[in-house]
Design a protein. Structure first.
Length: 320
């Protein structure tokens, strides 16, 4: 970056929902690394925005400590009114993550996962899965350590305690030389979390999500040579796949017509993840890595090329 050029400021508008915040974090991190951007978080609840402001592009009074933004990026429907109200704010460019309910031409750019069925255009980037904050591993551990991440009931898959428990038990029995770490999540039914505790043994560790920290998943993925995920959380699936650790899906029947379920299946067809029926391909030593997935990096480079070139060019950096 030319030292005479001031680093761009990027505002990230969040509704504080974990999935939406994770998308913003991943994109913001890559914008910071690649362009030197300063990142500023804005809680949409701090700026209640009536509909008329959103429609007429009339910004509310923003905190004076915030620097003028080059980009304003929002994720989650609860952030959309504020984003739309800021469309004329100091000539900033506005970006929405995921497919919004409003017309896409109301903002300068959109970053939308393929399962949302948006049409690609000069102002729309279509991603494989959702942007997330995981960084791909440069190399995999050689130790036989496996991670299992379980979700819970969702609108996209028919959750079945018995089926998921049976598959996890089967994996542990099939691969006795492996050590296993199993974690639940916020949506996991309490009764199922209690059943997971039954699996605890010298080679099986069960950790409940309440006992994890913000960096736990990053650290655990780095220590794993295989990861199994229930397909109900597209965020969890994409985080595992982005890490570069061979990722398998535990089998749950999809809800008919679910776009999210179709999106998860699309990742399997692309060879990024594997279905339960191909469990040996995940557990056996892999000489070749699967197709690389790092959509936060690709999205950041796309935004830089469109909007931030005048503030400074992207730093030269390898994909890893």
């Amino acid at each position: 970056m030319n030292p005479e050029m001031k680093a761009p400021s990027v505002w990230l508008i969040t509704d504080n929902k974990p999935g939406h915040k994770n998308q913003l974090k991943g994109l913001g991190n890559r914008l910071r690394v690649l362009s030197g951007a300063s990142i500023h978080w804005i809680n949409s609840e701090d700026y209640p925005t009536p509909l008329w402001r959103a429609l007429l592009k009339v910004a509310p009074a923003m905190a004076p400590s915030l620097p003028p933004p080059a980009l304003i990026i929002a994720a989650g429907s609860g952030t959309h009114r504020l984003l739309l109200a800021l469309r004329r704010y100091r000539k900033a460019r506005t970006v929405v993550l995921m497919k919004p309910a409003f017309p896409l031409f109301w903002v300068d750019a959109a970053i939308i996962p393929a399962h949302d069925k948006a049409k690609p255009s000069r102002s729309t980037l279509i991603t494989e899965g959702v942007v997330n904050a995981i960084t791909p591993m440069a190399r995999l551990t050689s130790k036989p350590e496996a991670l299992v991440l379980t979700g819970g009931p969702s609108p996209h898959f028919n959750w079945d305690d018995d089926a998921v428990f049976s598959q996890i038990s089967d994996l542990i029995a099939r691969y006795p030389e492996w050590r296993w770490t199993i974690s639940d999540s916020r949506r996991t039914p309490a009764a199922f979390s209690a059943r997971l505790d039954e699996l605890h043994s010298p080679r099986v560790t069960v950790i409940h999500h309440k006992n994890t920290h913000d960096s736990w998943l990053n650290h655990q993925l780095a220590a794993s040579r295989a990861v199994w995920v229930t397909p109900d959380s597209v965020s969890m699936v994409c985080e595992a796949a982005t890490s570069g650790v061979p990722t398998g899906l535990l089998d749950l029947p999809p809800q008919s017509g679910s776009r999210v379920a179709n999106g998860v299946n699309r990742l399997a067809k692309l060879g990024i993840i594997a279905h339960w029926s191909a469990h040996s391909s995940i557990m056996n030593e892999q000489l070749e890595r699967h197709t690389q997935l790092w959509e936060a990096d690709r999205a950041a480079r796309w935004l830089i090329s469109k909007f931030l070139k005048s503030s400074g060019s992207a730093k030269k950096e390898s994909s890893h």
